[in-house]
Design a protein around this ligand. Structure first.
Ligand code: TRP
Length: 338
């Protein structure tokens, strides 16, 4: 039995992605890059959260299924290695839904309703009073996702920390009641980047229409970057500040040589480098990164069966672990039948 105080020394990391669409550069700097850095440092589960994606896609569940393959391709194209990580599809591990049911009565509905991450999401998606019940219960299903794998570390952005704290709270409530059988997860906020959209809004997003996708063709990337905003929305006109300059934020993430970026900064500040020349430097840097990603993606895209095989093999490994946790949790609760 693995107690909450006696963590196994090897870290178990858990992260998830909603298959709302293909992944973009913002996902790369905000999450995928950290996963690549963590590969080989312990177990790493990477879940494509198709059940979760239903919360805001119930009008078109088929689009979620199609995007699962795209996300799987994005994983392989960026270097997620199924020998070092376990990528899988949420709905193929039924034990996650079963664990959710067991956990559902350990927190009050009002505790769910007061979670700031959750409330921000409900208002951002513009549901008003019509938010589907799944928008609220998924806080509990996330606890199942994380704990099924004995994950002790959940890398997230700062905005998601309250949801991981929600998980830790529920796990402690369980362990106090039924004994120390579930690992208490902890949010880790790795140093990760956040890329503004090509329109200068601070966040890149599919629904914002300002994203550069890992799967974009060279012409598309070119068009997006050569039209990129040189100022972050909402920042006042005035002295050039590289910290809030979209082109420089991209260069800092993707240019292989930071001394060169320093030099570009100086030339831009003094007016020697034009906006257009700056955007071309961004294009070069982004293409240096995207070129090999695109090549790997193309190699796998011709063989979607290979992508699905990877996700199903991951699903088999994930299911084995989740089933063991589910049995342990049920037994601790005394749900045993002769
Ligand atoms: N919350 C993530 C998203 O909205 C995906 C996700 C599902 C997740 N279950 C999780 C993240 C558990 C961390 C832990 O995209």
């Amino acid at each position: 039995m693995l107690g909450s105080g006696e963590r196994s020394s090897a870290r178990v990391l858990f992260t998830g992605d909603r298959p709302n669409g293909p992944m973009h550069l913002g996902h790369y700097v905000g999450s995928i890059r950290n996963r690549l850095a963590c590969q080989g440092q312990g177990e790493q589960y990477i879940m494509i959260a198709d059940h979760l994606a239903l919360t805001d896609n119930i009008d078109d569940p088929g689009s979620i299924a199609r995007n699962v393959v795209e996300v799987g391709l994005d994983y392989l194209a960026t270097g997620i290695d199924p020998r070092l990580s376990t990528p899988f599809i949420q709905s193929t591990v039924l034990e996650l839904a079963a664990l959710t049911t067991l956990y559902m009565n350990l927190v009050s509905a009002s505790y769910i309703l007061e979670n700031p991450t959750k409330n921000e999401e409900v208002s951002r998606r513009g549901f008003g009073d019509d938010a589907p019940a799944g928008m609220f219960t998924y806080s509990v299903s996330q606890v199942a996702d994380i704990t099924a794998f004995d994950a002790d570390s959940v890398p997230v952005g700062t905005d998601q920390v309250p949801l991981v704290e929600f998980s830790a709270h529920l796990v402690r409530a369980f362990n106090e009641r039924f004994g120390p059988v579930i690992v208490v997860p902890r949010a880790v906020v790795p140093p990760m980047g956040r890329l503004p959209g090509t329109d200068g809004r601070p966040k890149m997003g599919k629904s914002l229409g300002n994203a550069i996708y890992l799967s974009d063709a060279p012409d598309t990337v070119r068009e997006k970057i050569l039209g990129m905003a040189t100022r972050l929305t909402g920042t006042p006109d005035g002295e050039f500040d590289p910290a809030v300059s979209p082109p420089f934020l991209y260069l800092r993430e993707f240019h292989p040589d930071s001394a060169e970026v320093d030099a570009l900064e100086e030339r831009y500040r003094s007016g020697v480098l034009s906006d257009d020349a700056l955007r071309r430097a961004v294009l070069d840097a982004v293409e240096t990164f995207l070129g090999p990603v695109r090549d790997r993606r193309r190699a796998y895209a011709d063989d979607p069966a290979q992508v699905m095989a990877m996700l199903h093999e991951g699903g088999d490994r994930a299911r084995a672990k989740a089933a063991a946790t589910y049995d342990r949790v049920k037994a601790a609760m005394g749900l045993r039948y002769p």
